[in-house]
Design a protein around this ligand. Structure first.
Ligand SMILES: Nc1ncnc2c1ncn2[C@@H]1O[C@H](COP(=O)(O)OP(=O)(O)O)[C@@H](O)[C@H]1O
Ligand SMILES: [Mg+2]
Length: 352
């Protein structure tokens, strides 16, 4: 039988494109070559696709790759993609890759893809709407005030400040609604810093969130879709500086930050984390795989910070630790994701 051609799509337009490169080349190197033929496909910063050879895939950054595309790579037109690959493994993260845009395009091209469908991806990316939806499903989320840019730029700025002070207070966290990798996520301790933090967030999105500063244990739990969805073993995320915001480096750079799997919490708390992760997966109709980030507060509340619908797949990423706790190799996890995607797209009616 012919091997299934898996187009691993990486790079893209978002602030997370370099993490995507790490995820993509890890998938490329771990994927089971007895079953699959991997093809690395780079999305450049104008969203054009290129089939790239190994020597480009091994470059240090998406910028380095982009510099040499014309000499070293072959353009791949979207209309030719279906003839070249059987399934798209989305190693993209963030805007346009993880938020339903790429998913919609692949639906129109009739190409199956890994991860969640159009609506679930869009909801997963938009923290504002996601929280409204999760809260309505009975899932605990941080106390949040959402601030549309036009409200902040209106003459009624004082009303917004009052709303923040009354509903959230200080310290609080301000962030763009749709971003990733801690981009423009700021902890502030007084009213005087609200403006700067909001403007920082508005550089990335037209809605900013102001939310309660959560103190407790930050945890994260993967969910996989086997016969039916099931949670993995929760991990605890340990920031380098307990009082600050986890940076990109904390999360993805070798030797920075720390994770412990399983999280060092009592059995019943681990169970509650798993139940919450699974409930979030089901409420949002996530598919294939996802990773849900949460906080366990001192009073026992398990609060969902955000779902990651295309979580990092870098070699050291926590999702692989959680799979390893079930004796699942990186290659087996990749295999499971592809199998789930094949099944989801075979049985869907309309877009996933
Ligand atoms: N309300 C909060 N309280 C405490 N820490 C937070 C809060 N919001 C974010 N953080 C910290 O910042 C990190 C990034 O925030 P998050 O909302 O997950 O944004 P992103 O989508 O950029 O990952 C989190 O992993 C957490 O460590
Ligand atoms: Mg996050």
């Amino acid at each position: 039988m012919d091997k299934m051609k898996i187009g691993i799509i990486l790079g893209g337009l978002s602030s997370e494109k370099d993490i995507s490169l790490e995820s993509g080349r890890n998938i490329f190197s771990k994927i089971d070559r007895k079953k699959y033929e991997p093809i690395s496909i780079f999305m450049d910063s104008r969203a054009a696709l290129w089939e790239i050879p190994l020597k480009l895939l091994m470059r240090n950054s998406t910028r380095d790759i982009e510099d040499d595309l014309r000499e070293e790579a072959k353009p791949l037109l979207y209309e030719d993609l279906k003839g070249r690959i059987d399934l798209a493994f989305l190693a993209l993260h963030g805007k346009y890759g993880e938020d339903g845009c790429m998913q919609g395009l692949l639906e129109l091209l009739d190409i199956p893809y890994t991860g969640s469908g159009v609506l679930a991806s869009a909801l997963g990316m938009d923290k504002d709407f996601c929280r409204r939806f999760l809260a309505a499903s009975g899932i605990d989320v941080p106390k949040t005030v959402s601030v549309p840019r036009q409200d902040w730029e209106s003459p009624r700025q004082a009303d917004t400040l009052e709303r923040i002070e009354a509903r959230i207070g200080f310290p609080c966290v301000i962030k763009p609604s749709r971003e990733g990798c801690s981009t423009a996520v700021t902890k502030i301790v007084s009213r005087a810093s609200v403006g700067r933090a909001l403007e920082n967030a508005f550089a990335w999105d037209s809605t900013a969130l102001v939310e309660e500063f959560l103190t407790g244990v930050e945890v994260t739990c993967g969910v996989l879709e086997g016969e039916k969805p099931f949670p993995l073993v929760p991990s605890e995320t340990i920031p380098t500086d307990a009082d600050s915001i986890l940076s990109l480096e904390d999360k993805f750079l070798y030797g920075k930050g720390e994770n412990k799997t399983p999280a060092r919490l009592p059995e019943e708390v681990l169970k509650k984390i798993q139940d919450t992760a699974l409930a979030t997966f089901l409420a949002l109709n996530l598919r294939c795989y996802a990773r849900i980030d949460m906080f366990v507060l001192a009073d026992g509340r398990v609060v969902v910070l955000e779902p990651n619908t295309l979580p990092g797949m870098t070699p050291s990423t926590v999702l692989f630790h959680q799979a390893a706790a079930l004796d699942m190799t990186q290659s087996a996890l990749i295999d499971l994701i592809i199998a789930a995607a094949v099944k989801a797209h075979r049985t869907k009616r309309g877009p996933l």
